[in-house]
Design a protein around this ligand. Structure first.
Ligand code: ADP
Length: 396
């Protein structure tokens, strides 16, 4: 019997949702409440044969969820709330506790609460989403799907930082990695493209405004670029990625700012935005580059360099690779980004790009020639589908 499963991603000022018929994996509708907490918030819903977009006050998460559920009834997508049997919640930080998705009950909520200090921007709204759905859909099952669980298979030498060991013991300071739901999805879909290969080694590149790269062997994460928080790893739209930690100290000293202010700058005003000085969107950078803007050219070069360094490191870490996957906003939609990355790697690793296939945007496609020593592919990520699949698996 088919079940209606809703995947939910509750952020600090938005609630995104996608409703599926499972196990058929058919999307019934999707949408989001954006600018939650504002008078001029927006609500969007898209379903087969229709689309609705309205601006209205959405003062908190409960109002947002109620709006989502009521619009399902209004648009005759469901006839009662009870038709939604399972709600899968994205939870960003699961700490060391969860190596898989779990039924989301009060005990799990308590654990997620205890992890708020590690991920305040994310875990708090994720919990709000859970509490609201629990209240409004008392008969539905809830499942927590953590960004961190896929990365729990890393070995200590891959997740420990070389800092005093007691910081790990006392405060659990270590690499957790994020975007795990996406990397897991890419690994599952990627394995279908290399099913004839004797080995199963994949480097997945989730490159959007947040970006991370993961080394995966036999479907298990070996290494990943994000760290204690999603600030680590490759350069991103507004985040630094990895930098010498003394930059924090020296920049605070010279700018006369405290670490909280600087941490905010590293998260929200660095990366592409910081270097270019005008945008965190790769399309704006491309437009400015075409006009010869030197800072835009530097931004692009730096972005490519940092991506390439991680991919190269991970190919070595896996003892070679069978597949490199490009995904998320930039990875899926920018042939230029992929071409420049592959250009840098091709000499060392024998890569050969199929220029025509590389023109693809936003759909699954092998983009290497048969001669390439490592297969290259674009795979659009689908974190919501992964959440819905986990709902079915976990709530049995
Ligand atoms: P996130 O989910 O982390 O917010 P996305 O995966 O949606 O981010 O990626 C958003 C980024 O993808 C945008 O900032 C933009 O730079 C880039 N992007 C989206 N579409 C294109 C495109 N057609 N060409 C180049 N870059 C694109």
């Amino acid at each position: 019997m088919s079940k209606k499963v809703m995947a939910v991603n509750a952020g600090s000022s938005s609630v995104k949702f996608k409703l599926f018929n499972m196990p058929e994996e058919v999307v019934i509708c999707s949408g989001m409440a954006d600018r939650v907490g504002w008078e001029d918030a927006q609500f969007k819903i898209k379903y087969e044969g229709g689309e609705k977009k309205v601006t209205l006050p959405i003062l908190d998460h409960e109002v947002a969820v109620k709006l989502i559920l009521d619009s399902l009834i209004e648009e005759k997508i469901v006839s009662s709330y009870d038709e939604i049997e399972i709600v899968g919640h994205r939870v960003v930080q699961g700490g060391k506790y969860y190596d898989d998705s779990v039924m989301f009950d009060d005990q799990v909520a308590e654990r997620v609460t205890s992890l708020i200090s590690l991920a305040p921007l994310h875990n708090k709204p994720n919990l709000m989403g859970f509490e609201t759905f629990k209240k409004l859909l008392p008969n539905a099952k809830n499942v927590a799907v953590f960004d961190t669980s896929f990365h729990q298979t890393m070995a200590p030498q891959d997740y420990m930082f070389p800092i005093p060991y007691e910081f790990y013991e006392k405060y659990d300071i270590r690499r957790y990695g994020f975007h795990g739901t996406s990397h897991k999805y890419l690994s599952i879909e990627g394995q279908k493209l290399i099913k004839d290969s004797k080995t199963n080694r994949i480097v997945t590149c989730h490159i959007g405004s947040g970006a991370s790269i993961t080394a995966i062997r036999d479907g298990k994460c070996v290494a990943t670029s994000m760290g204690l928080t999603p600030l680590g790893g490759v350069m991103m739209g507004t985040r630094t990625g990895d930098i010498d930690p003394s930059v924090m100290w020296y920049a605070c000293k010279m700018e006369n700012k405290d670490i909280f202010e600087m941490y905010d700058i590293f998260n929200k005003k660095s990366g592409m935005l910081g270097v270019s000085g005008f945008s965190n969107d790769s399309r704006d950078i491309d437009t400015a580059m075409a006009k010869g803007d030197e800072r835009a050219i530097l931004t692009d070069n730096l972005f490519i360099r940092r991506t390439v360094d991680f991919i190269a490191q991970y190919i070595a870490r896996l003892g070679g690779a069978d597949l490199i996957v490009f995904s998320a906003g930039i990875g899926e939609n920018s042939p230029k980004f992929r071409r420049l990355v592959i250009e840098e790697l091709k000499g060392a690793f024998g890569l050969e790009l199929d220029e025509v296939a590389n023109k693809i945007r936003g759909s699954i496609q092998v983009i290497s020639t048969p001669n390439s020593k490592i297969k290259l592919a674009v795979i659009p990520t689908d974190e919501e589908l992964m959440i819905a699949r986990d709902c079915m698996r976990i709530s049995k």
